[in-house]
Design a protein around this ligand. Structure first.
Ligand code: NAD
Ligand code: DAU
Length: 359
């Protein structure tokens, strides 16, 4: 077994931030298995071009032969599994891909990993880790005064995305419980930061505000999310990978509950501050309440005290500061923005917003 890790979905938002931070901190080799769907962008990792510590393999986690041959060839000491279909609205529009990648793909990956792991020496088996990256959405929705989700909150997924992630969590658990595969699972709240595809609330609003377009807020805008800066998430994953107890799950959150309308207004003010005013006035005037997401979860909040107690991790970034850095990043990376605002992005915006904005 080598000092290599296999990352799946490493060309997406969190995966690419993780690979950059992993190579920066640990300096060890990373093989990135990514299908490069609309959400995967090899350009996120262009700073590693020519670096022998990084290799991208374009392929599907559901391809058992490919996964098996990569494991044999690279002999990784760990797998960090990010690959997924990740956007809730798309799971409502077309759930099939979520079942294929998130459920079937995770099954294939676990199954091939089990077969690789069973042939390792006892010492290597004890060192090996499979870290399954999941979401707080598996726990369902909270009322305004409910306590935050803990690791023992019963699963209650509400969207096809959340249901597919819940299924994958159960599979990961079963591979540990049945065969002893050294699995760790993390359930994280909403991430924000550089390289997030602009179908998600924060980058979508930053770019629309910049261009003076309508800012679509679903329903009454009072749904609450617990925002976590992506670099804090990456640090938490590194801690769990290195020191987490095998078979355990760890919640990761930002201690930053905000309503969507608060987030959108804050972005408007930051863009107003960093860019010239629009003839139509402050960007808050662009806020447009639109038809709600069906089954829209009202509130998520994470209790991450287990991670703090056991591994000493806490989020480092205050939300207002992380958001300022994020707005600045999107304004400073116009060529990245142009490169992703193409075919699949334009199709999705037309599909998801034409009817909503006509209301
Ligand atoms: P993303 O959509 O930005 O990236 C997903 C990546 O997976 C892309 O690079 C895509 O090409 C790749 N991929 C998709 N299907 C694949 C397949 N069949 N085989 C190989 N690669 C495939 O997602 P993200 O926001 O970076 O999320 C990463 C993980 O973290 C997901 O598992 C998601 O459920 C979880 N998560 C995300 C958040 C968040 O706020 N973004 C919060 C908690 C958990
Ligand atoms: O909680 C973790 C989850 O966070 C992850 O598992 C998902 O992969 C990730 O996409 C995210 O899910 P959300 O549905 O919470 O994120 P999104 O950015 O799509 O939406 C955030 C909130 O903003 C949500 O309440 C819906 C609302 N929203 C979203 C969009 C895209 C709007 O009001 N308008 C919009 O145009």
């Amino acid at each position: 077994m080598r000092d290599t890790i296999l990352v799946t979905g490493g060309a997406g938002f969190i995966g690419s931030n993780f690979i950059l931070s992993w190579i920066g901190a640990a300096g060890a080799r990373v093989v990135n298995l990514d299908l490069l769907t609309y959400a995967g962008n090899p350009g996120n990792l262009s700073s590693l071009d020519g670096d022998s510590r990084y290799q991208l393999v374009r392929g599907d986690i559901s391809n058992a032969d490919l996964v098996s041959s990569l494991l044999r060839e690279h002999q990784p000491r760990a797998i960090v599994h990010f690959a997924a279909e990740s956007h809730v609205d798309r799971s409502i529009a077309s759930p099939g891909a979520f079942i294929r990648t998130n459920v079937q793909g995770t099954f294939v990956l676990l199954d091939q990993t089990l077969s690789y792991w069973s042939k390792l020496s006892e010492a290597d088996q004890a060192m090996f880790r499979f870290l399954h990256v999941s979401t707080d959405e598996v726990y369902g929705s909270l009322g305004p005064d409910d306590p935050a989700f803990s690791e023992t909150t019963p699963y209650s997924p509400n969207s096809p995305y959340a249901a597919s992630k819940a299924a994958s969590d159960h599979l990961a658990r079963a591979y540990h419980h049945t065969w002893g595969l050294p699995v760790l699972t993390t359930n994280c709240s909403n991430n924000y930061g550089p390289f997030q595809f602009p179908e998600k609330l924060i980058p979508l609003v930053i770019l629309n505000a910049l261009e003076g377009k309508a800012l679509p807020v679903y329903g009454d805008g009072k749904n609450v999310r617990d925002w976590l800066f992506v670099e804090d998430h990456c640090a938490a994953i590194r801690a769990v990978l290195e020191r987490g107890r095998v078979g355990e799950t760890y919640n990761i959150g930002g201690n930053s509950e905000r309503t969507n309308i608060e987030v959108v207004k804050l972005i408007c003010d930051l863009v107003d501050e960093m860019r010239p005013a629009l003839p139509s006035g402050p960007r808050r005037n662009l806020v447009t309440f639109v038809k709600d997401r069906p089954g829209h979860d009202r509130r998520y909040a994470i209790d991450a005290s287990k991670l703090e107690r056991e591994l000493g991790w806490q989020p480092g970034e205050r939300f207002e500061n992380g958001l300022r850095k994020t707005v600045r990043w999107y304004l400073d990376h116009s060529s990245w923005v142009e490169s992703v605002q193409t075919g699949a992005y334009l199709e999705w915006i037309a599909q998801n917003y034409t009817e909503r904005l006509a209301i």
